[in-house]
Design a protein around this ligand. Structure first.
Ligand SMILES: N[C@@H](CCC(=O)N[C@@H](CS)C(=O)NCC(=O)O)C(=O)O
Length: 230
């Protein structure tokens, strides 16, 4: 990526060169959600699906640009092209495959029930006039009860067991891309009370531990500087 495009933010500029997990320079470009909690139309100018995250890459020598979508694919690309020392991957091929598995697992299995819970919570608080609100809330409650709540529990039980048997991380007792990509949905689920950190003590400890990383703090500072709550 082109160094000249890095934004000047003195608060974290001092330490960022040494502290990035992969020692990469990047610029964060925020796209604010609209009143309906959807991505703004401008995001469609970057990628026609208009969803985030997206990764824009530019080759310093040739000027060739690439736009990557899908968080798991973006992470896989970053590992393949920028993690030459495998600091977020693994030298062991079985362990490396486990990391790849989590890059798919996040969007394929964990996010769907969390998204359903989010939509149901929006239905519960939507400004719908009585008596329709009574019906919509009952339907939302039933869907949560019959499917998403149990499925969130299923997923969190799985995550808890994996972290417990891998010495506090998802793969091989050490930090990898799997932990980083998984931290976002797990953190959101705890914050939105879709899962209770007190019931998932290993997962809670894992998340708190990730939050002590300099690289985590730097990205959090960047996002907060743009008005994002982290
Ligand atoms: N499977 C996609 C999901 C992308 C996605 O849904 N992103 C959300 C933000 S986390 C979004 O852009 N939402 C705005 C919208 O749907 O309008 C990925 O992993 O990147």
């Amino acid at each position: 990526m082109d160094n000249s495009s890095v934004l000047e933010h003195p608060v974290w500029m001092e330490i960022e060169q040494e502290s990035y997990q992969l020692k990469l320079d990047y610029e964060l470009i925020p796209y604010k959600r609209d009143a309906g909690f959807r991505a703004p139309d401008e995001l469609k100018k970057v990628h026609s699906l208009g969803r985030s995250p997206l990764l824009e890459l530019e080759d310093r020598e040739t000027g060739k640009k690439k736009i990557l979508a899908e968080s798991g694919y973006i992470f896989q690309y970053v590992l393949n092209h920028f993690d030459k020392t495998k600091s977020l991957g693994n030298e062991d091929s079985d362990k490396s495959e486990e990391i790849q598995y989590y890059l798919h697992y996040v969007e394929g299995s964990l996010q769907p029930p969390l998204l359903i819970e989010l939509l149901l919570s929006m239905v519960q608080t939507a400004a719908i006039p009585f008596p329709f609100s009574y019906i919509t809330r009952k339907v939302a409650e039933k869907i949560g009860e019959k499917y998403s709540r149990g499925e969130v529990k299923n997923q969190f039980d799985f995550i808890e067991s994996q972290i417990s048997k891998n010495c506090g991380y998802l793969v091989d007792g050490k930090l990898s891309a799997a932990d980083i990509l998984m931290s976002f949905p797990v953190d959101s689920a705890f914050k939105r009370q879709f899962a209770d950190p007190k019931q998932y003590t290993a997962t809670d400890k894992w998340l708190k531990n990730l939050k002590t990383l300099d690289s985590y703090k730097i990205s959090k500072n960047k996002a907060e500087a743009y008005g994002e709550e982290c």
